[in-house]
Write a protein that binds this ligand. Structure first.
Ligand SMILES: O=C(O)CCC(=O)C(=O)O
Ligand SMILES: [Fe+2]
Length: 258
């Protein structure tokens, strides 16, 4: 059980949450965080650089148990399109900070063994998303200001994710049970998104129908400021250059509207 995390700590100085997370950090280290887990991630030999990849993060039987929990035990919003459930802190896209109105939500039991152990502490925010066939997520970067590390686990049916920079678009096939870490250029300087469509055309020309997909994205709050300086994609660079909040990261806002 994680220690008492209440809404009051949300009125915190930036790093207080890291200290309050101490009990779970202890459990985390005991699970063998570090180099062994990191060695299982291999960088994809493509542009954008910085996509670290691990196939078979979990076994197919485990995946089936999770999908059964997602289908039968969770309460999803009652609407069509991509659906999201949040755990940990909830981010407020109006203030670009943790939403003090929404209390910290403990990670459920089924999530515990799915947390990457390659960071020094557990993530601050986890988002479970369901994509019915035909659903997608607009091209975006996950905001640089609040978030540092970013991982995504794919479950259920495969789908194509597109990374984009300028006129260049690169397809990455997100196969089930793969865990991806976005680092470097892939994290900061290319957008990523999933087209809203019912089929994906693979590199060999095969047309693959979409089916239900779940993803789990993991985010760690940043200590200090992002210094990437990318005026087009970085909310910190935009703020420093006097670009109003409302005009910042429009793509990101759209992606996280649900
Ligand atoms: O579904 C995914 O794998 C990634 C979703 C995503 O880009 C996000 O939630 O920011
Ligand atoms: Fe994203």
């Amino acid at each position: 059980m994680v220690g008492p995390r209440t809404t009051s700590i949300l009125h915190r100085s930036p790093n207080v949450s890291f200290f309050l997370a101490a009990p779970s950090v202890t459990a985390f280290k005991a699970r063998g965080m570090g180099t062994e887990a990191q060695a299982k991630f291999k960088e994809l030999p493509i542009e954008p650089r910085g996509i670290l990849w691990q196939n078979d993060f979990i076994q197919p039987e485990h995946e089936q148990r999770l999908i059964s929990i997602f289908l039968h035990e969770l309460e999803w919003p009652n609407r069509s399109g991509r659906l999201s459930l949040h755990y940990g802190y909830t981010f407020d896209y109006k203030t670009f900070d943790i939403d003090p109105e929404i209390p910290y939500r403990e990670f459920p039991d089924w999530l515990q063994s799915l947390i990457p152990t390659t960071e020094a502490r557990p993530p601050d925010q986890v988002c479970l998303q369901y994509y019915p066939p035909g659903a997608g997520i607009p091209p975006h970067v996950d905001a640089h200001g609040p978030y540092d590390q970013l991982y995504a686990l794919s479950l259920g049916a495969p789908t194509i994710m597109q990374f984009r920079k300028g006129d260049t678009s690169v397809d990455v096939d997100l196969n089930p049970r793969s865990m991806m870490q976005f680092t470097g250029d892939a994290r900061l300087h290319w957008t990523h998104g999933i087209r809203k469509r019912k089929t994906d055309t693979l590199a060999d020309g095969t047309v693959r129908p979409r089916a239900g997909r779940w993803s789990i994205t993991y985010r760690w709050l940043r200590e200090g400021e992002c210094e990437c300086g990318n005026i087009e994609l970085c909310d910190v660079a935009q703020r420093r250059n006097g670009i109003e909040k409302g005009k910042r990261s429009v793509k990101e806002l759209a992606a996280n509207a649900n």
